[in-house]
Structure formats: structure tokens, C-alpha cells
Design a protein around this ligand. Sequence first.
Ligand SMILES: O=C(O)CCC(=O)C(=O)O
Length: 274
Amino acid sequence: MSKWITPEDRQHLLEEGWLAVADVVPREVRESVISSICEFLKVDPNDTASWYQHTLGGHGIVPLHHHQALWDVRQLPSVYELFTEVYETPELWVTMDRVSFKAPADERWLDSSRMSPFHWDGDPRQKQLMVQGLVFLTDTDPHQGGVAFLPDLYKQLDAWTEEPHSEEEWRRPDCSRFPITRVPGKAGTVVVWHRRMPHTSALNRGTKPRFVQYVTMSPAGNDEEREERVQLWRKKIPPPWAVRQNVPMQQNPEPGDSPTLTALGRKLVGVEPW
Ligand SMILES: O=C(O)CCC(=O)C(=O)O
């Protein structure tokens, strides 16, 4: 029986392209991730003067992938259960994605006041259900830089992909015709969206920073992929796509011992087979 999403929720994900599920990540686990971000960036969530010292890009990307606090979110049974209900299979692997600190927009700091374009991270012609996701680590209201979607374009995507588009548009579509849906959430909410959904993070028009962890899962792959994943976890190496992005302050490898995994975590990495 489904614990986290109803058949109607799953239908919403398929038809509207996104879904927000509340109360998935408990407070102490979230607080450890927030502390890891603050420690890494040397920011104080209550001290505005500390917020703008780094170049983090429009999404506020913080290049931490292997901190134990992030792994403790990935291997939470609640997060895993949610994704098993999305994919309707228990045999999943988790991504080794990063976190974000998005300070309120302030035009003195371009990073915070420029909205990143709507985009796809994969090929929008790929119809198979594959989702991306994030956890709101603090309460995030609609004006505080919640994740933003274009559901109307998502719904017309089959027709859109039949039309000719420039190379740029296949990554970053012209979104001027489409209304924007901004998804807020209470702390602990997981938002998942179909990879075919054009998305971005909205500008933070609130008074507090937005903190999120990106997390998603996908059906387990083959042995070669498994071996690579185990090495990334063991040696604390950022995933190759993140290395290619060359985000400021990325450490490679990230310092410290291999993160501790639970029995579930070992399967979600691929250390143990399903
Ligand atoms: O931070 C967000 O809300 C969106 C991030 C994003 O655009 C992405 O994960 O590709």
C-alpha cells in the first residue's frame, strides 16, 4: 500500500509534471544539512552581511555532494519509500547531488538578482518516467525562490518537440508564452518533477535565504555504472556531470572518510545488490 502518494498524486505527477509531498524529511536531519551548508560557506542564516560573499550562480549552487548530512537524507527510508511509489519498483539508486543556498535578491549582487533560465537537464523527447527532486530544508513561501515550472509547456511537449528549434532552445525553451507555477513548501517537503518539465528556481523575493538539497532516485543500472558509483561514494568524488560544470569552490575529492551508509544506503549506492 502506498504511504506517501495516492494514485491521484501519481496522476498529478504524470499529467501536471510535478508533485509536492510534505513531511518526508524530519527536522534533525534537515538541520544537519543546513549546518553543513553554513559551515562550508561560512554564512549565518541570521546575519545578512554574511550571505553574499560567494559566487553561487542563479540557483545558489553549493558544491557539497558527500557530506554525511547529505547522505543521511539520501538514505532516509521515507525518501526511499516515496521514490519507490513514484517509480513503482523497489530497486533504486540515489543520485549524489548537491545543495543550494539562495539569498534574497539584492541588485548589488548579480547572482542573487538574476533568475536562471527555464531549462531541461536532459532530452525533452525522452518520455520514460524519470524524475528530479529537491527537499525544502526550511519553510519556503511562494516568494522565497521556490522551484518554478511551466506545466503548460510540459503538457504540449509532444507537439513542441515536433517543431524545429535552435540548439539553445532544446536546452532552454522560450518560455515567454507560458504561465509560471511557483511551488512553495514547508520544511521537509520533497518536490519531484518529470525530467520533461521545464524548470528553474524563482528569484528569492523573501527576507530569508532558501536552503534546499537536490535528491532523486532512478531504477538501478548495470554493473559498470555500479562500480563507478561505488568509487564516487568511497572516494568522495563529485559526479562527473558536476565536475564538468566546474562550480566555484568544488573540492575533488571532498575531504574526510567515506560517508557511513546504512543497509539501505549500501543498496542505494550499489555497494550491495538489490
Ligand atoms: O533550485 C531549484 O529550485 C531548481 C534547480 C534546477 O534548476 C535544477 O535542478 O536543474
